[in-house]
Design a protein around this ligand. Sequence first.
Ligand code: HMG
Ligand code: MG
Length: 298
Amino acid sequence: MNLPKQVRIVEVGPRDGLQNEPGAMLSADLKANLINRLATSGLQHIEAAAFVHPKWVPQMANSTEVLQRITRHQHVNYSALTPNMQGLRRALEAGIDEIAVFGAASESFSQRNTNCSIDEGLSRFAPVIKTAQAEGLKVRGYVSVVVDCPYEGPVDPQKVAQVSDALMQMGCYEISLGDTIGTATPGRMLDMLNAVMHFVPARNLAGHCHDTYGQALANVYAMLQAGVTCFDGSVAGLGGCPYAQGANGNVATEDLVYLLHGLGIHTGIQLDRLIKIGCDISDLLGRHNSSKVGVANH
Ligand code: HMG
Ligand code: MG
């Protein structure tokens, strides 16, 4: 087996997770507490907020307050979504470490998610990326619906490759490939990945697997074998996507870490701490803990 020795994990629970939890209009203090605890588990990258329109994603309306209230840990990179210059300005004022722009591989998803076409979205990102870089921030790029779109069905891998390439050319350091509705299976994931890797090397790619159909860990394993060494996870499997009906949360970070450690891959994360945090946030939200590892160890 050709597996990496080390994998980076991006914890997206406080953003991707909480943005779609129906009961998750959590106060800034509760969110900051969650982020602070996640930082003590060894995570080095936490997506903490989204500077999007509060009308569309009310759960992220208190992003500025959240960033003001967290205790910054030196070893942690705190990032946020910024769809446009307005979002970037808000993120800079809040003292963000890193930003992420987010595009899609289907026109319908792009329109529903960001009210613009794929190309218009890329044009909006150009000044965002340039300004962020001038401010010394790194920029991550997301591509959504890399295998299936909830409105258009199967997505052409070449389209994913084209959008990923465009984001890399514009200055993103990494492209996170989103199986937004969690319908991908490993074969289709690899077909897409192979198309993307003609333009973007595996070292600049990340897997962002939602677990709607229970395929996320299988997809992670396939991507690992193909050379991907960064994965996004959401503690307790929180979340979904407000623009993708039926989408479940991301793969639970606990389950991801359990898989990686079982394969002898280093993550720097203390699984027992993460499990406790996942149980506590599930209790707080009054929801089922979607981490199998979390439930087994409760
Ligand atoms: P728009 O309506 O086209 O924006 O929205 P606009 O520039 O025409 O402005 C309209 C109004 O929005 C104005 O206010 C602006 O000030 C305001 P008004 O004059 O009407 O009072 N506005 C903003 N307010 C706050 N923050 C901003 C901002 N920008 C404009 N940044 C926009 C375009 C992208 C802003 C909107 O469609 C939006 O916020 N969409 C939310 C998208 C979102 O958060 N989706 C979920 C995250 S993506 C995801 O989950 C997928 C991912 O996890 C990967 C995967 O799983 O696939 C990343
Ligand atoms: Mg997502």
